[in-house]
Design a protein around this ligand. Structure first.
Ligand code: 1PZ
Length: 205
């Protein structure tokens, strides 16, 4: 399905993830790597709205998504990259597709947590929402140097209202679109976790 020409970046992201989650909830066992990769690459539009301090987060996220898109020429599904790395004992190896999938999943979860915080802290700052989200989702997996750099970058985040206007949303529409992404991404994140768990791979890395 083609996304509306007048869709906002956020509604395009929500739409793409709703399509993915419908596939999963319809009982589809195999998620195509190319479909997943294109949905994940839409997310990078949001980085531009967060300001220059998150340029390095963007480079990090985009590199990993591009690795998965590149891998889709060789591997059809998310399962098959896991199976291949399990066979070669390279699941946790730096740069492996399975490791990069794990990182991209972290990015999707971070955005989900940020949106959730954004919605529950209506009078709070974006910095506080992002700090809470990052602390819960990513910080446990990041070393001290990265946590410190992210903490410094938080001061350069835009205000809530700046973010809403950069996203081309209104106070009302932003809530609707964030909620759509939260609801759609949750089953996808769970689906990815299950790929590891069902292969006896722990998620503590
Ligand atoms: C939702 C926006 C909230 C804003 C604040 C959060 C900023 C998060 C900054 C994350 C910086 C990532 C720094 C690099 C971490 C890497 O060490 C690890 C491991 O990589 P590897 O060793 O496997 O090569 N990479 C990750 O953990 C990937 C994390 C992806 C986070 C992407 C952020 C997505 C934010 C989207 C905003 C629109």
């Amino acid at each position: 399905k083609v996304v509306d020409a007048d869709a906002t970046p956020l509604s395009a992201v929500a739409e793409a993830f709703e399509q993915l989650s419908r596939l999963i909830e319809s009982g589809e066992r195999c998620l195509r790597l190319s479909t997943f990769g294109s949905a994940c690459s839409l997310v990078s539009i949001l980085f531009g709205c967060l300001g220059f301090a998150f340029k390095f987060a963007e480079l990090e996220y985009v590199a990993k998504v591009n690795d998965l898109i590149e891998a889709s020429k060789e591997y059809d599904t998310l399962q098959s990259i896991l199976d291949n790395d399990v066979k070669n004992n390279t699941v946790r190896h730096k740069g492996s597709h399975s490791r990069n999938l794990r990182r991209v999943r972290l990015g999707l979860d971070l955005i989900r947590a940020l949106f959730e915080q954004f919605l529950v802290t209506k009078d709070g700052s974006l910095k506080d929402a992002a700090t809470t989200a990052y602390g819960r989702v990513c910080a446990p997996f990041h070393n001290w140097a990265i946590r410190r750099a992210v903490g410094a970058g938080m001061y350069a985040l835009p205000t809530r209202d700046q973010l809403i206007s950069r996203l081309n949303e209104t106070d009302y529409s932003v809530q609707k679109e964030m909620r759509r992404y939260i609801d759609a991404s949750s089953p996808i994140i769970r689906y990815i976790d299950d790929l590891y768990i069902s292969r006896n791979i722990s998620l503590d890395w």
